[in-house]
Design a protein around this ligand. Structure first.
Ligand code: FAD
Ligand code: FES
Length: 510
């Protein structure tokens, strides 16, 4: 379908518009009964859907239409234009759909449809009696949600060592930490959802072992929970600093909601913060604490922040961007000790700090998998269906190393969207779908008002080709490896980022 620029006007779709106003491939935003509506034309078909993505409200009119789907420009969710169903995370809820009629050359929206129904899944090969999910994060929640959405009616038990119901972890270093959004936006679903959907949750309960022979999860109390299929989605935990003073109460890491709330509490009385590590999380925390008007220092061994992942130009840009917002960098340096009022650096300098946040990376939580004797490969090794070496036990998210058809390598990735999509894919494979996980990895990071989107995977590259200008926040960087584009990073080039994603998908499909 040809891509036409989206037209916006104040058209009232109840009155109707002329077919000429919506050429093939065209999109038009107007309204019906007081609600915004996006019209999309694909050949002879016309779809009317909500223009607002159900993830963070991204403008679908500026996204990419692929066949009878539309992809969100912000974080690459995908919706079915016929049913509104959220086909790809990070969106999990459908968009509204309206009935449209074309008569005598006039397009008219007639009425809003009932809550769209998800596409029914094919007949399951074997439906397990009880699915147990260890982990209430991105992968675990997305798995439970899709199981119910796709009509699985038997037992689902979700265990989480966290005391909170599943929440939007990426927000913990962004808007929620910055104080820009209320707590209501943080939980992925309210309590009622789990009850209504018969998802049994056990919060604050860590599984101690998996007895794969007996097909039981074992708790520290000795209690046992039987399963027919098991999803392991235990995520990752922050790497801790071992320098003197790192165990003091004003020194934090950030993984959980409780961690985030402790930082917010600390920020209330703090004037100066030191962030140790110029990781994505470290720098997002720096931006959020600047929004809270704290003095922020970042200490990191790198020459440029994030150069190892995004290359030198993006590294320079990120450094400049944070400096423009008042962040002080201490690069090519390390923290060697922390006392209650300052951080001592390897260079001999000291930086005053009454709040310290350590963001020096994470390591996957593999203990359960290891004790259960699952095959490990710098993560839990899974096949293309996300099944581990133990039949019936699946793994997804930050712990899983899977055969990625795009890079041709076995990779493990720590991205929100990948974890959610893997949770969904593993869940459906537990129901016998046997669909390989082939999605192109995607992540985003947000620094002040600048989003960085990344598609694909390139741990190393031969060269980076830059379209546009990084410093003016209008660019797309292509990371070339073995003569092909292994990944792209972009700022405000959302449509191109989506187009590259589709291109990568087609390469693998071919
Ligand atoms: C602050 C922050 C910001 C981030 N921002 C972004 C971003 O902008 N973009 C992006 O792509 N990614 C981001 N990420 C990374 C992303 O959140 C992770 O990749 C994603 O959460 C991984 O999902 P998961 O399900 O594998 O693990 P998690 O979401 O970590 O969930 C793991 C769950 O397992 C539970 N658990 C662990 N062990 C046990 C046990 N033994 N028994 C029971 N339960 C257990 C934990 O309590 C937790 O509920 C961010 C991460 C953090 C911490
Ligand atoms: S706002 Fe649409 S995917 Fe995030």
């Amino acid at each position: 379908m040809a891509e036409e620029e989206t037209k916006r006007n104040s058209a009232d779709f109840a009155e109707g518009i002329s077919l000429d106003q919506l050429p093939d491939g065209g999109r038009l935003v107007g309204h019906f009964n007081g609600e915004d509506v996006l019209l999309v034309r694909s050949g002879d078909e016309i779809f009317a859907v909500s223009p607002h993505c159900t993830h963070y409200n991204g403008p679908l009119a500026e996204g990419l239409v692929v066949g009878d789907t539309v992809r969100c420009p912000w974080h690459h969710a995908c919706f079915d234009l016929r049913t509104g169903e959220a086909l790809r995370a990070p969106a999990l809820s459908p968009i509204a759909c309206w009935e449209v009629e074309l008569r005598d050359g006039t397009i008219r929206v007639s009425h809003k449809r009932e809550q769209p129904k998800p596409t029914p899944r094919g007949k399951p090969v074997a439906e397990p009696d009880k699915i147990v999910i260890i982990g209430g994060g991105a992968a675990g929640f997305a798995a439970a949600e899709i199981l119910r959405r796709k009509g699985y009616q038997r037992g689902i038990v979700m265990l989480s060592s966290d005391d909170a119901l599943p929440y939007d972890r990426p927000n913990l270093s962004k808007d929620y930490l910055a104080g820009a959004i209320a707590f209501d936006f943080v939980p992925l679903r309210d309590e009622g959802f789990y009850e209504e959907n018969g998802i049994e949750t056990h919060l604050g309960q860590a599984a101690l072992e998996i007895d794969v022979r007996a097909r039981e999860v074992v708790f520290a109390s000795g209690e046992r929970l039987p399963y027919d299929k098991l999803l392991l989605a235990t995520g990752a935990e922050p790497v801790r600093l071992t320098i003197p003073g790192a165990d003091q109460p004003h020194v934090h890491t950030l993984r959980s909601l409780a961690d985030c709330q402790a930082i917010i509490e600390g920020a209330k009385s703090a004037g100066r913060t030191v962030i140790i590590g110029a990781s994505f999380i470290g720098l997002e925390v720096a931006a959020s604490l600047r929004a809270r008007k704290l003095e922020v220092h970042v200490v990191a061994p790198d020459k440029r922040p994030m150069e190892r992942i995004l290359g030198p130009d993006m590294g320079n840009f990120i450094c400049t961007l944070h400096e423009e917002h008042g962040v002080n960098f201490h690069l090519e340096n390390k923290a060697v000790a922390i006392d209650d009022k300052k951080v001592r650096l390897e260079s001999g300098d000291t930086v005053e700090a009454d709040l310290v946040v350590v963001g020096i990376g994470v390591r996957p939580r593999l203990e359960l998998a290891e004790r259960a004797g699952l095959r490990l490969d710098r993560g839990v090794a899974v096949d293309q269906y996300l099944e581990t070496s133990e039949p019936g036990v699946f793994a997804a998210g930050d712990i899983a190393r899977w055969p990625d058809p795009h890079s041709g390598e076995n990779i493990r990735i720590e991205h929100w969207v990948v974890a959610e999509r893997q949770g969904q894919a593993a869940a459906l494979n537990m129901l016998g779908e046997r669909a390989p996980f082939t999605q192109v990895p995607f992540f985003w990071s947000q620094h002040y008002d600048v989003p960085i989107n990344y598609v694909g995977h390139a741990e190393a590259w031969e060269k980076i080709l830059i379209d546009g200008d990084v410093m003016t926040k209008d660019c797309l960087l292509r990371f070339k490896r073995h003569g092909r584009v292994a990944a792209v990073a972009s700022i405000f080039r959302d449509l191109e980022s989506l187009q590259v994603e589709v291109m990568m998908e087609r390469e693998v499909a071919a």
